[in-house]
Design a protein around this ligand. Structure first.
Ligand SMILES: Nc1ncnc2c1ncn2[C@@H]1O[C@H](COP(=O)(O)OP(=O)(O)OP(=O)(O)O)[C@@H](O)[C@H]1O
Ligand SMILES: [Mg+2]
Length: 216
């Protein structure tokens, strides 16, 4: 089945990085600033971001499991989240800020757990109807420093530094493969509000129509 990547009216921007890199904090700062400029902003997360997907999140984060089971659960959560939350928001013209997305699967299930990229790519395409983010912000952090500041230690954080290093290398490979999509930032280089301001300048967002223009 061939699908053209049509330009949707809204924009999807995703945030990636290892644990404790500052993704959630940056998304929150960015959301406030974009809303103050008048944009319609939806912030969401993976796994999760919809009722069923949040339930799948609990199963993934609280249980040890086979790596294939884990992959399918992530992709199931993604399919549900995409169709119920992301796609409708993009359609109505919102800016969607998503905490983790397709690249996390290449980094965690691919680079760290050893599942082939080709399989992950196929499942990502199915779950998201091939919807790529307009931009992906990668917050690069020394994995050890990141683990120390992670908020809720879960089973991935408990895997330790060697695992986090593999994850980081997986993200760097994604950046090499998709240089135009990625924006790589050093995590916590500035306060989140400053990072958000600098980022907005790089996002090439469509200017908002003023009320006068909208009436024409
Ligand atoms: N720009 C920043 N400068 C300094 N500290 C920061 C910055 N951004 C986040 N932090 C701090 O780092 C810690 C981790 O931040 P945050 O929870 O946003 O990371 P995360 O990438 O969402 O982590 P997780 O993977 O655990 O969800 C928090 O204590 C937060 O206050
Ligand atoms: Mg977070």
């Amino acid at each position: 089945m061939k699908k053209t990547r049509s330009r949707a009216p809204g924009t999807l921007i995703t945030f990636e990085g290892t644990e404790g890199a500052g993704k959630s904090t940056l998304i929150e700062a960015l959301k406030l600033q974009l809303e103050s400029h008048g944009y319609d902003v939806v912030s969401t997360r993976e796994p999760g971001g919809s009722r069923v997907a949040e339930q799948i999140r609990q199963v993934i984060l609280e249980n040890e499991m086979n790596r294939m089971t884990e992959l399918f659960l992530y992709e199931a959560a993604r399919a549900e989240h995409y169709t119920t939350t992301i796609a409708p928001a993009i359609k109505r013209g919102a800016i969607v800020l998503c905490d983790r997305y397709i690249d996390s699967t290449f980094a965690y299930q691919g680079a760290a757990r050893g599942i082939p990229d080709a399989l992950i790519a196929k499942l990502n395409d199915i779950a998201t109807e091939k919807t790529l983010p307009r931009f992906t912000v990668f917050l690069d952090v020394d994995p050890e420093a990141g683990l120390k500041s992670a908020t809720n230690p879960n089973r991935f954080e408990r895997e330790g530094t060697a695992f986090q290093e593999k994850v980081r290398r997986g993200f760097l490979k994604q950046i090499r493969k998709n240089p135009k999509r990625f924006i790589k930032l050093r995590a916590k280089q500035f306060p989140a509000e400053t990072m958000a301001e600098k980022l907005i300048a790089r996002l090439k967002l469509k200017p908002l129509k003023t009320k006068m223009q909208a009436r024409r």
